[in-house]
Each structure stands twice: as structure tokens, then as C-alpha cells.
Design a protein around this ligand. Structure first.
Ligand code: PLP
Length: 401
């Protein structure tokens, strides 16, 4: 499951001495191929944005920029970062809790869309636009009370700090009617994460039906509906991929049923998760009251994803032959191993009770699916351990070797 080029590079790092690991390796070749396939699977009239909060690494953004229609930023920091790294990119600015300064930035930095999260935010945006003499296009993020069998709507359909309740939309329309500075383009929703393609399409159909009826009733032209992200990533099946072809077919049908409305999606995790690897050396192996543990040079302060989501991070063991010490090399064979980090907390677990043929001190563990919500969501300062190194595997690397 690990691409040969990724394995070779990590094996080379393992030979490079103590300081070379722990490290993140971003496989830009794989990312390029994956994103191109996602774009091809979606109909040309469906816009693809990347949710930057999944991973804002500049080289990852540059690869994505070749294939996406724009980027969804969710803070003033992300906005500034995108303007610095990809000055020409089209930006949609979403997220709750936008400050007056964030909205000022949005207006002076030429943001393409603002996804408005409340009546208060809409008023602040209108006032800021008035003061600056600026214009901006907005989508209203709506928290729709939709229900799907078997699907927990985690961000919407129930009390939430995200988005606007449908019965507050009239208030938004009054604010919009009182200004020439804001132009309403349509509706934004991001109601759930971890949906497979059929569930996402069922939700999209309901969102569109609701939005069309609302626009009709409100006398608004529904130019755009942004359906959000949340495409499922299965950490228990690293080789599986979201069914983008099914989503593309379904969105094509929905687009045909709603002529004049541009559909947009803004995935994060499902685009970049597979492109990241986190490699760390085994520092110690021991048996504790009958259970085997491997302690890594690294941990959840670098890769918090398994602790945050409560899963086992999938990994591959890369054997290292070299053993520099005169004493026997500690190892476990043919038994389940719990892989932990260096932090003084029982929560620093990356994978629990994973059956392994062999694991020795000095071997390297390469965690897959570390390209989204990984380094950037981790508690870097806990215990003041140094940061990992970062490497990028470029399409030309294989040719040059
Ligand atoms: C986080 C987020 C996304 C991306 O979600 P993924 O699960 O990474 O696809 C998209 N839109 C909004 C508004 C978000 O908050």
C-alpha cells in the first residue's frame, strides 16, 4: 500500500542518521494524480474548491492549484497565507467567528465569495464594505433541518454554532436589501462529514430542493449552491477511495435538474489525506503486563489524527538492518503491538494492538493517511519536543534518481 518512491525516500532518511527522523513526507506525485482524477470525475460545470484547513502546506496548495477552481479559507490567517503563496487564486472565505479585521481583509484582498455565518456577520460585512467603498459577493451558510437515515449530521440539522437558521434568513434579506455593497449569489451548506457518495447525493438533492423553493419564495435568483465538503475517508481502508465518479454522475444529474445554478463542493480531507506520510523510528520495545508496546521517536504532538478521531493510524514497518550496539536488539515477533509516542500521557497512542510479524528497536514506522488534519491540528508544544522534518516527493524525483 505504500508507494515505492515513498518507501525508498523514508528508507533513505532512516540511513541519514538520528536527525533525519521523525519526518513528514508529502507525496506530491500521488497528490497530483489523485486530484486530477477527482477533477475528471466531476462534471465541468461543478466547481471544486479545496478546504485549506485540511492542510495549508504551500507545496500541496501549489499542486492543488493546477486542478481546483479555488480555495476555501476559514480564517484571516489562511486568507493571508493564500494571498502570499498563490496571489492569483480565487478564494471563498468561510468559517464562524470572523473578526472585523478578517472582513476588512476579505474586502481589501479581493475575496471571491464570503460565506456568511450569521445576521451579525452580514451586518458587519455590509458596514465594512460601505466604509471601504467595496463590493463583495456572498453566500448565506444555512443550517438546514434535514434528516437522512443512518447519517449523523454533525455540523447541521441540529443546534450548532455554524450557519444561519432558515427562519433567520428573512433578517438577512432585509440587511441585503438595504445595501448595494453586498451581492447575494446563493446558499452554502456544510452539514456533515464522513459521508459516502450516495449519502452525500441524497443530502445534496434535499439541499437543492430546499434552496430552490426558498429562492422562489424569497424572490432571489439562486445562482450558486455550495454543498460543502465532508467526503468520507476510511482510515481502516487506506487503499479505498471515495467514489468520486458516483458523486460526479449524481451532481451532473442534479445540475441538469437545476439549470442556472452552479454547484460547488469544497472537500479537504478526501483530497490530501492520502498524500501525507509520517515516519518515526522505534526507540524502545517492551512488554508490559502481557502487552507489547513500541515507543516511537515522535508521537501525537506531530500526528494527532488518531487521538483526535479515536482510530488506529494505518502504518507500514520499514525494516532497518543496522544495529550499532553490542547488546541484543529488542524486538517483538508475531504479536499485537501498541504503538505510542514520547509524551508522558496515556493518550499518546497512534495505533493499538496491531498484529505484526516483527518490530525491532531502530526500525521505522511509516504512518499513512497523514496528509490532512495531521501536523496542523497537533499539539506541537506539549513537552517541548522538537518538530519533525518536512520533505516533499516531487514528480521529477523518481526520474532524477
Ligand atoms: C472543514 C470544512 C470543509 C472540509 O471538510 P472535509 O471533511 O475536510 O472535507 C468544507 N467546508 C467547511 C465549511 C468546513 O468547515
Amino acid at each position: 500500500m505504500i508507494p515505492a518512491a515513498v518507501r525508498d525516500r523514508i528508507a533513505a532518511l532512516a540511513e541519514d542518521g538520528e536527525a533525519a527522523l521523525p519526518a513528514y513526507l508529502y507525496d506530491l506525485t500521488g497528490l497530483e494524480a489523485h486530484t486530477a482524477a477527482v477533477r475528471r470525475a466531476l462534471p465541468p460545470q461543478v466547481e471544486l474548491l479545496y478546504a485549506v484547513k485540511a492542510n495549508p502546506d504551500p507545496e500541496i496548495l501549489a499542486v492543488l492549484d493546477e486542478h481546483v477552481d479555488g480555495f476555501e479559507v476559514a480564517s484571516g490567517g489562511e486568507l493571508t497565507h493564500l494571498r502570499a503563496t498563490l496571489p492569483e487564486s480565487r478564494l471563498a472565505f468561510g468559517g464562524p467567528g470572523k473578526t472585523a479585521r478578517d472582513l476588512h481583509l476579505a474586502l481589501t484582498e479581493g475575496v471571491h465569495r464570503v460565506h456568511v455565518e450569521s445576521v451579525q456577520e452580514l451586518r458587519l460585512l455590509a458596514a465594512t464594505a460601505q466604509r471601504l467603498g467595496a463590493h463583495v459577493d456572498v453566500l448565506l451558510r444555512v443550517n438546514l433541518p434535514l434528516h437522512l437515515c443512518q447519517v449523523a449530521l454533525t455540523m447541521g440539522g441540529r443546534p450548532s454554532p455554524f450557519g444561519i437558521d432558515p427562519d433567520a434568513l428573512d433578517g438577512c434579506l432585509r440587511v441585503l436589501a438595504a445595501t448595494t455593497r453586498l451581492r447575494l449569489r446563493g446558499i452554502h451548506t456544510h452539514l456533515a462529514s464522513g459521508l459516502d457518495a450516495p449519502a452525500q447525493l441524497a443530502l445534496a438533492q434535499q439541499v437543492l430542493a430546499w434552496a430552490a423553493a426558498w429562492a422562489d419564495h424569497a424572490g432571489v435568483r439562486l445562482e450558486e449552491v455550495n454543498l460543502g465538503g465532508g467526503m468520507a475517508v476510511d482510515y481502516a481502508a487506506p487503499a479505498a477511495r471515495y467514489d468520486w465518479a458516483a458523486l460526479g454522475d449524481g451532481l451532473g444529474r442534479l445540475a441538469a435538474a437545476h439549470p442556472g445554478t452552479v454547484l460547488k463542493v469544497e472537500p479537504g480531507r478526501a483530497l490530501t489525506a492520502y498524500a501525507g506520510w509520517y515516519a518515526a523510528r522505534v526507540l524502545d520495545v517492551k512488554t508490559s503486563h502481557g502487552r507489547a508496546f513500541a515507543v516511537l521517536h515522535g508521537g501525537t504532538h506531530h500526528l494527532r489524527t488518531p487521538a483526535a478521531k479515536g482510530h488506529d493510524q494505518p502504518f507500514t514497518v520499514i525494516g532497518v538492518r543496522r544495529w550499532p550496539h553490542p547488546w541484543p536488539r529488542p524486538e517483538v515477533r508475531n504479536q499485537p503491538v501498541t504503538v505510542t509516542g514520547q509524551l508522558c500521557t496515556p493518550k499518546d497512542v497512534l495505533a493499538s494492538d496491531i498484529p505484526l510479524p516483527a518490530l525491532r528497536v531502530g526500525d521505522v514506522v511509516a504512518f499513512a493517511m497523514a496528509g490532512a488534519y495531521a501536523w496542523n491540528i497537533s499539539h506541537h508544544d506539549f513537552l517541548l519536543q522538537p518538530p519533525p522534518a518536512f520533505h516533499h516527493l516531487h514528480p521529477l524525483d523518481a526520474v532524477q534518481r
